[in-house]
Write a protein that binds this ligand. Structure first.
Ligand code: ADP
Length: 509
């Protein structure tokens, strides 16, 4: 039997890259587990598999099933049975809440094991992966507490009538998850859906999905009845397309690229079901001359470097009032110069990016910036000793970047930060709203009125004032405007997305 990453110690699972490269042959590739239906792994109908690559070394260390239509049909049928006729459809909200709380406990108990899996699968530094597991557990804890607190209304109507509303689960929900924060994204979408009583069919990203393999096992261990969750691993074009287009799905939750988001929306439209789409951003920090730079700059620097810039809500544009431009550029340059990329167990500021395509994308932006003559203000470094086959990129700070340059407008999904000067408040708002995206923003100023004025005029789902928490705050509704998508996740809002409203009109005479 191949070495099983879940049972490896930290030292084995994320070895030093050089040693690992040398000892690669001793690590057999972990075989695909198949498809998870009705609380157990079954062999997939599909004979195809996808290689799981360690981004820090480029080495294949596992495989996952590449589920096709038959596997998705079986998973959806099991979910349908569970919701329409099975124990899951009859489970009381309070019991759903208790089970979710048990999942939170199990995640906390297995946090180190999960963090090791996540770090190896994504390449992220171990401390970041550990933090991700705290957040993942917190999603289950939060929505466990909320499961039995979703109330309807009574509505005054005509004499002789009593009207009440109640929120019902959609039924079977599809969850298509990205690779940047695999476990957190799993918690963010699956925990509220389960809290409302939906049966969830989950398609994790082919680039990083091993934590999802473990999380469904923990959900089963927590006592969820058969069919409450199913996992259909595989590629987007196979498992993802089959799931999003399945006629027995009642709702789709998607986080990923705008291009695939459009396909998801078309699939949802064809089946006349709803969807939430979270599609990334080009989120601005708006720094006014009176901002507290000692507070702002470290948060801004760390925010884009975290997870190698592969965070939908990363603050990737810094809009700076001209009077403080030089000071901000110097402060951020000093930060960037000290930033170091390394493999997960080195636990530096960032790891590699997820795959060769993403590395190429980041390098293409860097090459284009050079060709366009955009000043490179500072670069971080890649730690000596990393595996040259790993997908490491150099964190870079650019400025001033012309407002219409690709680097200023397009989402890179890498550790590149752009500085753009602005003239006054109106100019700042115009610039902040000047991309296709609208996911997050931060306004930095000591002027309370201006903070509120500007926050209210920025078209983004979340606006921080004098702070920034990319992806933070499980309690805080989160989602996009414009090309960043629609629908809200996190907070109690997510419970509304994962349910539908019924109005019961009773004529009592
Ligand atoms: P990225 O470009 O960052 O990898 P994607 O949007 O391609 O992001 O992927 C996000 C998720 O969408 C992944 O789980 C991926 O497998 C899935 N996906 C990709 N293509 C499709 C598709 N055609 N239909 C459904 N899901 C897809």
């Amino acid at each position: 039997m191949a070495a099983n990453i879940e049972r490896m110690s930290m030292a084995q699972a994320v070895p030093a890259p050089r040693a690992f490269a040398g000892a690669a042959q001793s690590f057999a590739v972990q075989p695909a587990k198949g498809v998870f239906i009705e609380n157990r792994w079954r062999p997939a109908h599909s004979q195809n598999a996808v290689d799981v690559v360690d981004p820090a070394t480029g080495i294949v260390f596992a495989q996952i099933a590449d589920c096709g239509r038959e596997d998705v049909n079986a998973a959806v049928a099991a979910a349908r049975r569970a919701f329409d006729q099975g124990a899951w459809g009859r489970t009381r909200p309070t019991d759903r809440g208790r089970m979710l709380a048990r999942v939170a406990e199990l995640i906390a108990r297995h946090a180190e094991e999960l963090a090791v899996i996540e770090a190896r699968d994504t390449g992220k530094p171990l401390s970041l992966a550990r933090g991700d597991m705290v957040a993942t557990a917190r999603y289950f804890e939060y929505y466990g507490g909320a499961a039995d607190k979703v109330h309807g209304d009574t509505i005054p109507y005509l004499p002789g009538f009593f009207v009440a509303t109640e929120r019902e689960a959609h039924g079977v929900t599809a969850h298509i998850i990205p690779w940047n924060y695999p476990a957190q994204m799993f918690g963010r979408t699956v925990a509220p859906a389960l809290a409302m009583g939906n049966a969830c069919v989950i398609k994790p990203a082919e680039d990083a999905c091993l934590s999802a393999h473990r999380l469904v096992e923990l959900i089963a261990e927590a006592g969820f009845p058969e069919g409450a969750v199913a996992l259909v691993p595989g590629r987007g074009e196979t498992a993802g397309a089959a799931l999003s287009g399945h006629p027995q799905i009642d709702f789709i939750s998607f986080t990923g690229s705008p291009e695939v988001g459009a396909l998801i929306q078309i699939a949802a439209a064809k089946n006349h079901v709803g969807c939430t789409l979270e599609l990334g951003g080009k989120s601005p920090h708006v720094l006014f001359a009176d901002a507290d730079l000692d507070e702002a700059l470290p948060i801004i620097g760390k925010g884009i470097v975290m997870n190698a810039g592969q965070t939908c809500s990363a603050g990737s544009r810094v809009l700076v009032e001209r009077a403080i431009y030089d000071k901000v550029a110097a402060g951020l340059a000093a930060y960037f110069t000290g930033v170091r990329a390394g493999s997960p167990e080195m636990d530096l500021d960032l790891g590699p990016v997820i795959n060769a395509a993403q590395k190429k994308r980041v390098e293409t932006f860097r090459a284009r910036a050079k060709a366009d003559g955009i000043p490179l203000l500072a670069e971080g470094s890649i730690a000596p000793g990393v595996d040259p086959a790993g997908y490491f990129v150099t964190p870079s700070l650019y400025g001033p970047v012309p407002r219409d340059n690709d680097l200023a407008c397009e989402e890179v999904f890498g550790p590149l930060l752009v500085l753009i000067p602005f003239e006054d408040e109106a100019d700042a708002i115009r610039l902040a709203n000047g991309t296709d995206y609208g996911l997050m923003a931060a306004v930095w100023t000591r002027d309370g009125n201006r903070a509120l004025r500007v926050s209210r005029r920025i078209r983004a789902g979340q606006v921080y004032v004098n702070g920034f928490g990319a992806g933070g705050g499980i309690e805080l509704p989160f989602g996009g405007m414009k090309k960043s998508g629609h629908g809200r996740e996190k907070g109690l809002e997510a419970l509304l997305e994962f349910s539908t409203l019924k109005t019961i009109i009773l004529r009592h005479g």
